[in-house]
Design a protein around this ligand. Structure first.
Ligand code: IPM
Ligand code: MG
Length: 352
């Protein structure tokens, strides 16, 4: 297969983990005889500094012309601490989602047996937890009408039937490939937008009689994720609820630095770690490259290259077993490997 990849490394630790993602991708392509080419483009704070726009037109074009985008992270504290900043790195991420029509954000929450002790939850609760959150990504409060003055402000949580239907179909396609259990998360006891979600979900559910569908209020879902994370198989929810629940999900596995994601929709799909740009670690060679590397696995799997994805997953597991780990997950007394060393170990495993 021929693959043209847009590489958006972004800010903070982005460039370091991006480099390892690309190295792994290249190694897998060589092994399986795929022809891969890369085109880098700027985004986030880096792009604001260079051209004043966190998602410049040039970057948009590079993404549109690619088969997939390998994205790393955006964000810089100099904008967080400046309430008068007119433009922020995060706006680049939102612009990318909107302009590429990335309405479905797929965030798997998987546990790694050898890291379970890192979870804030008891081992017996979290062991074997394996679910995927399908977050709607281009609607709701993030993109609804906004107003802001010094006395009053609002965001609008608008959803259309079409937006709800298409994300549910994505959810069901995952549920059918998994344990056939889908949970629709909403706040239909309070929010009008959630009542439309539930109404549409009940209609769509009829098309998938082989999947068990249940409906849960978001507050209850937040609790259930901590009490009994194994309950969930596929969860579908709106943009804001998904943002919150996926951070919760990422931490129950004990390893935020290990979780990849895919955003898919109308144009080029984007593959990225769920973590942020960790500016304090920039250039220190301590960031965990595994979420980025696992995003590459999701990229291959998106193109139905299952064996390629599987090899990456196997290599990641082997590195963890061999205690080739970045400092935040290294066992006591174990050697601490850097971003580059972990990436190189995985490349060697793939080449072997
Ligand atoms: C995420 C992030 C983003 C979001 C931020 C950086 C705008 O938290 O991808 O979950 O809120 O969607
Ligand atoms: Mg978030």
């Amino acid at each position: 297969m021929k693959l043209k990849i847009a590489v958006l490394a972004g800010d903070g630790i982005g460039p370091e983990i991006s480099e390892q993602g690309v190295a792994v991708m290249t190694a897998v392509c060589e092994k399986f005889g795929h022809e891969v080419s890369y085109e880098s483009a700027i985004c986030g704070a880096d792009a604001i500094d260079k051209v004043g726009n966190p998602f410049p037109e040039e970057t948009y074009k590079t993404c549109m012309e690619a088969d997939a985008v390998l994205f790393s992270a955006v964000g810089d504290p100099k904008f967080d601490n400046d309430p008068t900043a007119k433009v922020r790195p995060e706006q680049g991420l939102l612009a990318m989602r909107k302009q590429l029509g990335l309405y479905a954000n797929i965030r798997p929450v998987e546990t790694f047996d050898c890291l379970i002790h890192k979870s804030p939850l008891k081992d017996e609760l979290v062991s074997g937890a394996d679910f995927v959150c399908i977050r709607e990504l281009t609607g709701g409060m993030y993109f609804g009408e906004k107003y802001e003055d010094d006395e009053r402000a609002y965001d609008t949580n608008a959803y259309t039937r079409t937006e709800i239907e298409r994300i549910l179909h994505v959810g069901y396609s995952y549920a059918r490939r998994r344990r056939k259990h889908l949970t629709v998360v909403d706040k239909a006891n309070v929010l009008a937008s959630s009542r439309l979600w539930r109404k549409v979900a009940q209609e769509v559910a009829k098309q998938y009689p082989d999947v068990q569908t249940d409906y849960m209020y978001v507050d209850n879902a937040a609790m259930r994720m901590i009490q009994d994370p194994r309950f969930f198989d596929v969860m579908v929810t709106e943009n804001t609820f998904g943002d919150i629940l996926t951070d919760e999900g990422s931490c129950i596995t004990g390893s935020m630095g290990l979780l990849p994601s895919a955003s898919i929709g109308e144009h080029t799909p984007v593959f990225e770690p769920i973590h942020g740009s960790w500016p304090q670690a920039k250039g220190l060679n301590i960031a965990n490259p595994l979420a980025q590397i696992l995003s590459v696995a999701m990229l291959f799997e998106y193109f139905n290259l299952q064996a390629e994805g599987q090899l990456i997953r196997e290599a990641v597991n082997a590195s963890l077993q061999a205690n080739v780990r970045t400092p935040e997950i290294q066992v006591e007394g174990g050697a601490k490997y850097g971003t580059r060393e972990v990436g190189q170990w995985i490349v060697n495993y793939i080449n072997a």
